[in-house]
Ligand binder design. Sequence first.
Ligand code: GSH
Length: 220
Amino acid sequence: MAFTLINARPSPFGRKVAIALREKGLDYDVQYDVPWGDQTCTPQYSPLQQLPILITDAGENIYDSVYILDWLEARYPQPALLPADLDARLAAMQRRLLGERLLEVAQALIFELLRPDPSAPWVERQSRKVEGVQAELERQYTALASQAGRALDLGDIAVATTLLGLEFAMSWGVSPDIAILHWRGTYPALTGAVAGMETRPSFAATVPQPMDVNLQATVA
Ligand SMILES: N[C@@H](CCC(=O)N[C@@H](CS)C(=O)NCC(=O)O)C(=O)O
């Protein structure tokens, strides 16, 4: 099976899929798209009009990063990206959930801050969630640090791509520089876990890149 991944260069959602494809040794081509642009191709493939979208050579369009990863795990179970042990599997799925939701909450915070007149209570509410999730992930990765040689799982991929995506968004300048998003160095167990993942070929080959988009104008 050959795949085409519709992706955007900076997308942490698309990066998760690209990493999983690489970890599973599956070949894919990338078609880059600007989902907010007039010329976006996403409506042809997904009613949600969002990328990433994975197109199979049988003409199947698979969309939403979480479902794509579940689909890949079901169709291509080896190498597994979820632990076989039930407790470890449920823990990985919960970590994955926190990684996914952290991205959504942080995105809501960033978008609000880019609006002309951000709501202070809304910003404060999202900020508490961002800090709470990072603190919980730090607690979980501190506990995991004793498991030498633990295999990469979907929880790790979701957490790392979210944290690296937020770091990238601030360095690129599409996100305001927000103190609570500076996780590296603030949370030692998270910092160490992500640094370990960044050296993997799947992460090194999928480093986010800027694209031509005016997020502030899009949000406004
Ligand atoms: N829940 C979706 C979110 C994907 C998403 O937000 N993609 C962005 C690009 S990074 C997009 O296509 N945005 C266009 C839009 O929301 O209209 C997933 O996990 O795949």
